[in-house]
Design a binder for this molecule. Structure first.
Ligand code: AMP
Ligand code: MG
Length: 364
């Protein structure tokens, strides 16, 4: 275990953000025993590139990563006032994600590490999300994580670096994907989450009460399902043709309310399980629910989760929106945590790019 500060360069290219960042980890007490600092965090979103297609086009995403990644690495170093030689480690996302994009970040990270003689860490993108609250809030293990993004929807228990237990996952769509598809069928723009949230603010959620899949199904653990809800929304929209602006706002509000109820219900169950399975009864202040991923930006969801967490004796921690969506700082931080925990990075130079990589699956 290292006692000095560690500087890590992190690269993220698994979906539609090209990102590079430098973080510093200093071991110095506090609840987690670590202090995190972001020295730079450069993110280039590809939203405009994919918006005309209503979703991410993998080939276009990969080409854009190639075009921009080296410049973003240079910008991240410059902003942090660092040279590559000042890095103690280099980390890059090795999956899960769109394989063309993952290959570009992973290969770039390996090449930079080899050229500079710096240890390399191949990071599970989900681990980056899982550990971000330790960078932003100094959260101590163990805690519960709700990961809600464009590609993922899962609940897991985080007991340490590399120690994750999956409690529930989606049986069909990721929750961000459900927002995006719902927006598309209502004729709204991409990405759909912010569009739905904006319309829902002016809508009446009681006018269309949409199904809440899996709520009350005790044999479903903490799993999620959103495809039935999406189909119900489509049916309502078809029945209303021609659809008015008011209908769209009411449907958006009904959809957002249904998704929120599903997520809150699953989190309630996970909080009960967490309390039952934590060996030493933790003081209330240390029972924590962390939310990460782009959907965590949704304020309606955040307030509902805050309320549910409070009732269950949990504290809710949500990293700031820029660190909830994909970014390089979370990958750099996961690398820094691995380095600090003494995980050797040598084998990571042979790490393959992986389209699928469950968080609970050990590294290679
Ligand atoms: P990520 O996959 O983490 O990069 O996050 C992107 C996903 O988050 C997309 O599916 C967005 O539609 C979704 N998203 C972003 N902002 C919001 C919001 N305010 N409400 C719901 N979903 C959102
Ligand atoms: Mg994204």
């Amino acid at each position: 275990m290292s006692a000095k500060s560690i500087n890590v360069l992190g690269l993220e290219t698994s979906c539609d953000e090209t990102a590079a960042a430098i973080v510093r980890l200093t071991p110095d007490g506090g609840p987690s025993g670590l202090r995190g600092e972001i020295l730079s965090n450069v993110v280039l979103s590809q939203i405009d590139l994919h918006a005309p297609y209503g979703g991410v086009v993998p080939e276009l995403a990969a080409r854009a990563h190639i075009d921009h990644l080296d410049r973003l690495v240079a910008n991240a170093l410059e902003e942090a006032d660092c040279r590559l030689q000042d890095m103690d480690a280099i980390a890059a996302t090795a999956g899960p994600g769109l394989i063309g994009g993952v290959l570009i970040g992973l290969t770039t990270g390996k090449a930079l590490a080899l050229a500079s003689g710096t240890p390399f860490f191949a990071i599970n993108h989900l681990e980056g999300h899982a550990l971000t609250a330790r960078l932003t809030h100094g959260v101590a293990f163990p805690y519960l994580l709700l990961l809600v993004s464009g590609g993922h929807c899962q609940l897991c228990r985080v007991d340490g670096v590399g120690d994750y237990t999956l409690l529930g996952t989606t049986r069909d769509d990721a929750v961000g994907e459900a927002f995006d598809k719902a927006a598309k069928l209502l004729g709204l723009g991409y990405p759909g989450g912010p569009e739905i949230e904006a319309r829902a603010m002016h809508g009446d959620a009681r006018r269309f009460v949409l199904p809440r899949p899996l709520i009350g199904h005790h044999d479903s653990g903490c799993d999620f399902s959103f495809s039935g809800l999406k189909t119900a929304l489509r049916q309502r929209a078809v029945d209303l043709q021609p659809i008015s602006a008011e209908d769209i706002c009411d449907l958006a509000a009904g959809f957002q309310a249904a998704i929120t109820d599903c997520l809150v219900d699953r989190c309630r169950r996970a909080m009960e399980k967490f309390a039952d399975t934590t060996d030493a009864p933790a003081p209330a202040s240390s029972k924590r629910l962390v939310v990460a991923g782009g959907v965590a930006a949704n304020q309606h969801l955040k307030h509902a989760l805050e309320d549910a967490a409070h009732r269950a004796g949990f504290t809710l921690s949500v990293p700031p929106p820029a660190l909830c969506t994909d970014n390089g700082a979370m990958i750099a931080w996961a690398g820094a945590e691995r380095y600090h925990a003494g995980c050797a990075g040598d084998a990571d130079l042979d790490a393959p790019a992986r389209a699928r990589w469950p968080l609970s699956e050990k590294i290679f």
